[in-house]
Design a protein around this ligand. Structure first.
Ligand SMILES: N[C@@H](CCC(=O)N[C@@H](CS)C(=O)NCC(=O)O)C(=O)O
Length: 176
Protein backbone atom coordinates (compact mmCIF):
# COMPACT_ATOMS: atom_id res chain seq x y z
CA UNK A 1 0.00 0.00 0.00
CA UNK A 2 1.18 3.54 -0.83
CA UNK A 3 0.06 6.92 0.43
CA UNK A 4 0.66 10.02 -1.65
CA UNK A 5 1.20 12.31 1.26
CA UNK A 6 2.26 15.75 2.46
CA UNK A 7 3.31 16.12 6.08
CA UNK A 8 1.69 19.51 6.50
CA UNK A 9 -1.65 18.49 4.97
CA UNK A 10 -4.34 17.82 7.60
CA UNK A 11 -6.40 15.80 5.11
CA UNK A 12 -3.38 13.51 4.66
CA UNK A 13 -3.12 13.40 8.45
CA UNK A 14 -6.58 11.84 8.60
CA UNK A 15 -5.30 8.97 6.48
CA UNK A 16 -2.02 8.66 8.41
CA UNK A 17 -4.08 8.41 11.60
CA UNK A 18 -6.39 5.75 10.16
CA UNK A 19 -3.45 3.70 8.83
CA UNK A 20 -1.68 3.94 12.18
CA UNK A 21 -4.80 2.90 14.09
CA UNK A 22 -5.11 -0.12 11.81
CA UNK A 23 -1.39 -0.86 12.22
CA UNK A 24 -1.03 -1.23 8.44
CA UNK A 25 2.30 -1.16 6.63
CA UNK A 26 2.52 1.38 3.86
CA UNK A 27 4.99 3.43 1.87
CA UNK A 28 4.82 7.18 1.79
CA UNK A 29 5.42 9.33 -1.27
CA UNK A 30 5.95 12.86 0.09
CA UNK A 31 4.80 15.54 -2.32
CA UNK A 32 5.88 19.18 -2.41
CA UNK A 33 2.55 21.00 -2.34
CA UNK A 34 4.18 24.13 -3.73
CA UNK A 35 5.43 22.23 -6.77
CA UNK A 36 2.98 19.43 -7.50
CA UNK A 37 4.41 16.83 -9.89
CA UNK A 38 2.70 16.24 -13.21
CA UNK A 39 2.10 12.56 -12.38
CA UNK A 40 -0.03 13.63 -9.38
CA UNK A 41 -2.19 15.87 -11.57
CA UNK A 42 -2.73 12.83 -13.79
CA UNK A 43 -3.34 10.49 -10.82
CA UNK A 44 -5.95 12.77 -9.19
CA UNK A 45 -7.16 15.24 -11.82
CA UNK A 46 -7.70 18.10 -12.16
CA UNK A 47 -6.08 19.59 -9.05
CA UNK A 48 -3.61 16.88 -8.02
CA UNK A 49 -4.85 17.00 -4.45
CA UNK A 50 -3.46 14.85 -1.71
CA UNK A 51 -4.06 12.46 -0.04
CA UNK A 52 -4.27 9.66 -2.59
CA UNK A 53 -4.16 6.05 -1.46
CA UNK A 54 -2.89 3.30 -3.72
CA UNK A 55 -4.09 -0.06 -2.45
CA UNK A 56 -4.02 -1.81 -5.81
CA UNK A 57 -6.32 0.92 -7.08
CA UNK A 58 -6.23 4.67 -6.70
CA UNK A 59 -8.45 6.40 -4.16
CA UNK A 60 -8.51 10.14 -3.34
CA UNK A 61 -10.56 12.05 -0.71
CA UNK A 62 -9.62 11.62 2.92
CA UNK A 63 -13.13 10.89 4.21
CA UNK A 64 -13.65 8.20 1.57
CA UNK A 65 -10.19 6.72 2.20
CA UNK A 66 -10.86 6.48 5.94
CA UNK A 67 -14.17 4.69 5.34
CA UNK A 68 -12.52 2.38 2.77
CA UNK A 69 -9.73 1.44 5.17
CA UNK A 70 -12.25 0.74 7.90
CA UNK A 71 -14.26 -1.60 5.67
CA UNK A 72 -11.32 -3.24 3.94
CA UNK A 73 -9.38 -3.78 7.19
CA UNK A 74 -12.13 -4.29 9.77
CA UNK A 75 -9.84 -5.16 12.68
CA UNK A 76 -9.55 -2.27 15.16
CA UNK A 77 -12.67 -0.49 13.85
CA UNK A 78 -12.88 3.28 13.55
CA UNK A 79 -16.62 3.54 13.01
CA UNK A 80 -19.08 2.41 15.69
CA UNK A 81 -20.84 -0.92 15.04
CA UNK A 82 -24.37 0.37 15.53
CA UNK A 83 -25.96 1.83 12.32
CA UNK A 84 -27.38 5.00 13.90
CA UNK A 85 -24.06 5.80 15.55
CA UNK A 86 -22.22 5.03 12.30
CA UNK A 87 -24.52 7.39 10.42
CA UNK A 88 -23.97 10.11 13.00
CA UNK A 89 -20.19 9.74 12.82
CA UNK A 90 -20.27 9.97 9.01
CA UNK A 91 -22.57 12.99 9.16
CA UNK A 92 -20.21 14.76 11.53
CA UNK A 93 -17.29 14.24 9.16
CA UNK A 94 -19.38 15.13 6.11
CA UNK A 95 -20.14 18.49 7.76
CA UNK A 96 -16.50 19.20 8.59
CA UNK A 97 -16.34 22.45 6.60
CA UNK A 98 -19.33 24.04 8.31
CA UNK A 99 -18.40 22.68 11.74
CA UNK A 100 -14.74 23.73 11.68
CA UNK A 101 -12.91 23.84 8.36
CA UNK A 102 -14.27 27.05 6.87
CA UNK A 103 -13.55 29.06 10.02
CA UNK A 104 -10.17 27.40 10.56
CA UNK A 105 -8.99 28.45 7.10
CA UNK A 106 -10.51 31.94 7.47
CA UNK A 107 -8.59 32.33 10.77
CA UNK A 108 -5.41 31.15 9.08
CA UNK A 109 -5.83 33.69 6.28
CA UNK A 110 -6.59 36.44 8.80
CA UNK A 111 -10.16 36.82 7.48
CA UNK A 112 -13.20 37.34 9.73
CA UNK A 113 -14.08 34.02 11.36
CA UNK A 114 -15.72 32.29 14.27
CA UNK A 115 -13.06 29.68 14.96
CA UNK A 116 -13.42 30.21 18.71
CA UNK A 117 -17.19 29.65 18.53
CA UNK A 118 -16.77 26.58 16.32
CA UNK A 119 -14.26 25.06 18.75
CA UNK A 120 -16.66 25.75 21.63
CA UNK A 121 -19.44 23.88 19.83
CA UNK A 122 -17.35 21.02 18.41
CA UNK A 123 -18.86 17.56 18.89
CA UNK A 124 -16.05 15.31 20.02
CA UNK A 125 -15.59 12.04 21.84
CA UNK A 126 -18.48 10.23 20.17
CA UNK A 127 -16.62 8.05 17.69
CA UNK A 128 -12.99 7.38 16.91
CA UNK A 129 -13.75 7.90 13.21
CA UNK A 130 -14.96 11.47 13.69
CA UNK A 131 -12.36 12.26 16.34
CA UNK A 132 -9.54 11.24 13.98
CA UNK A 133 -11.13 13.22 11.15
CA UNK A 134 -11.21 16.45 13.19
CA UNK A 135 -8.05 16.07 15.29
CA UNK A 136 -5.56 17.20 12.56
CA UNK A 137 -7.05 20.71 12.49
CA UNK A 138 -7.37 20.98 16.27
CA UNK A 139 -3.73 19.92 16.66
CA UNK A 140 -2.65 22.50 14.06
CA UNK A 141 -4.82 25.21 15.65
CA UNK A 142 -3.12 24.58 18.99
CA UNK A 143 0.46 23.86 17.89
CA UNK A 144 0.86 25.94 14.71
CA UNK A 145 -1.62 28.79 15.04
CA UNK A 146 -1.33 29.27 18.81
CA UNK A 147 -5.07 29.01 19.40
CA UNK A 148 -6.13 28.63 23.04
CA UNK A 149 -8.48 25.64 22.98
CA UNK A 150 -11.59 25.58 25.17
CA UNK A 151 -10.93 23.40 28.26
CA UNK A 152 -13.29 20.66 27.08
CA UNK A 153 -11.51 20.41 23.71
CA UNK A 154 -8.03 20.62 25.27
CA UNK A 155 -8.93 17.75 27.59
CA UNK A 156 -10.35 15.70 24.73
CA UNK A 157 -7.19 16.24 22.66
CA UNK A 158 -4.91 15.43 25.61
CA UNK A 159 -6.75 12.12 26.03
CA UNK A 160 -6.67 11.40 22.30
CA UNK A 161 -2.92 12.11 22.28
CA UNK A 162 -2.42 9.07 24.47
CA UNK A 163 -3.05 7.01 21.33
CA UNK A 164 0.24 6.36 19.50
CA UNK A 165 -1.37 7.37 16.18
CA UNK A 166 -2.26 10.84 17.46
CA UNK A 167 1.01 11.30 19.38
CA UNK A 168 2.86 10.58 16.12
CA UNK A 169 0.81 13.21 14.28
CA UNK A 170 1.51 15.80 17.00
CA UNK A 171 5.22 15.06 16.48
CA UNK A 172 4.81 15.56 12.70
CA UNK A 173 3.16 18.95 13.28
CA UNK A 174 5.78 20.09 15.78
CA UNK A 175 8.54 19.20 13.28
CA UNK A 176 6.99 21.27 10.46
N1 LIG B 1 -11.47 16.97 -0.01
C1 LIG B 1 -10.07 16.60 -0.04
C2 LIG B 1 -9.25 17.84 0.24
C3 LIG B 1 -7.75 17.56 0.13
C4 LIG B 1 -6.97 18.87 0.02
O1 LIG B 1 -7.54 19.95 -0.10
N2 LIG B 1 -5.65 18.70 0.07
C5 LIG B 1 -4.83 19.87 -0.12
C6 LIG B 1 -3.51 19.78 0.64
S1 LIG B 1 -3.81 19.93 2.39
C7 LIG B 1 -4.51 19.98 -1.58
O2 LIG B 1 -3.95 19.08 -2.17
N3 LIG B 1 -4.92 21.12 -2.16
C8 LIG B 1 -4.65 21.45 -3.53
C9 LIG B 1 -5.83 22.04 -4.22
O3 LIG B 1 -6.91 22.16 -3.61
O4 LIG B 1 -5.67 22.37 -5.38
C10 LIG B 1 -9.81 15.48 0.97
O5 LIG B 1 -10.58 15.37 1.94
O6 LIG B 1 -8.89 14.67 0.76
Amino acid sequence: MRLIDASRCPYCARVRLALAEKVLDYETVEVDLADRPQWLLELNPPSGRVPVLDDGFTLPESEVIMAYLDERYPERPLLPSEPVERAHARLLVHRFDENLGTDYYAFRRGDPNDLAGKLEMLEVGQSLFADLAYAPWVIRARDMLGVQLPDRIAEWLAKLEQRPSVAAEVAVVRAL
